[in-house]
Design a protein around this ligand. Structure first.
Ligand SMILES: C[S@@+](CC[C@H](N)C(=O)[O-])C[C@H]1O[C@@H](n2cnc3c(N)ncnc32)[C@H](O)[C@@H]1O
Length: 226
């Protein structure tokens, strides 16, 4: 069984078994958010970048997803419970203020993602989309959520989306699948869709590497004379 997994996959899969009190900081690769905007948020959900639309990323971490959303949407609010140095420092689950978000798009902490979904459904005017693993679709907690709030759309990545604790690794690999679970207020459930392959290569930009991948502090093998 192990031999059939890609190199490093066991470590990555097991690293997603977070303790219950973990912040679960696993940044989203920039290309994956661009693919979501291009194939799902715009054409399927109708988040078109109108200046009146307010997008809220309420678990923004270091801004890997929020900064990419800002490429397409003029007004993006970013916040996180932990002060990573990007966005407001707010606990989304305790949020009880008025913030008129049109859409909430986020990769939530796994352990409290159902609570994130309920909150996001309650406070948005158009809807929300959460990036989760297929295993999140199971359990009685999610059954109750989906029964009360049937999602409009499940949008699966055909490609794997490698996520690593605390950092984005452009060359990373994983055996974990991901999909977007999307709610649009007033819209009936529809057939699932698949985000086509090839997006990682197509939508990763050189500036992503400069921005998110810090150079090593020291040369690995020291100075080499010509
Ligand atoms: C899987 S990471 C995703 C980070 C970011 N959304 C991205 O896609 O790159 C989950 C994030 O949720 C944050 N978080 C955990 N509990 C939270 C809460 N109650 N309110 C707001 N953010 C929370 C963590 O600090 C972490 O940054």
């Amino acid at each position: 069984m192990t031999a059939m997994l890609p190199f490093g996959a066991r470590a990555i899969m097991s690293s997603r078994q977070e303790p219950p009190d973990s912040l679960d900081f696993f940044p989203t690769p920039p290309w994956a958010t661009r693919a979501f905007v291009r194939y799902v948020a715009g054409p399927e959900l109708g988040a078109i970048g109108d200046p009146s639309e307010v997008i809220w990323e309420p678990a923004c971490g270091e801004g890997h997803m929020a900064s990419v959303l800002r490429e397409s949407y003029p007004y993006v609010i970013a916040s996180d419970i932990h002060p990573y140095g990007y966005g407001h420092v707010w606990d989304f689950l305790s949020w009880d203020d008025d913030l008129a978000a049109t859409w909430i798009f986020t990769n939530p902490p796994f352990n409290v993602a159902a609570a994130f979904a309920r909150k996001a459904i309650a406070i948005t005017s158009r809807g929300c989309a959460l990036l989760v693993r297929p295993s999140w679709l199971h359990t009685i907690e999610r059954y109750e959520l989906f029964r009360e709030h049937p999602p409009h759309l499940f949008a699966y990545y055909v490609e794997r989306v490698p996520m690593h604790r605390g950092r984005w690794e452009p060359e990373g690999s994983t055996a974990t699948d991901y999909l977007w679970v999307c709610w649009v207020h007033g819209a009936d459930p529809r057939a699932p869709m698949w985000i086509p392959p090839g997006q990682r290569k197509l939508l990763t930009r050189p500036e992503d590497i400069h921005r998110w991948c810090k150079p090593a502090d020291l040369p690995l093998f020291g100075e080499v004379s010509p």
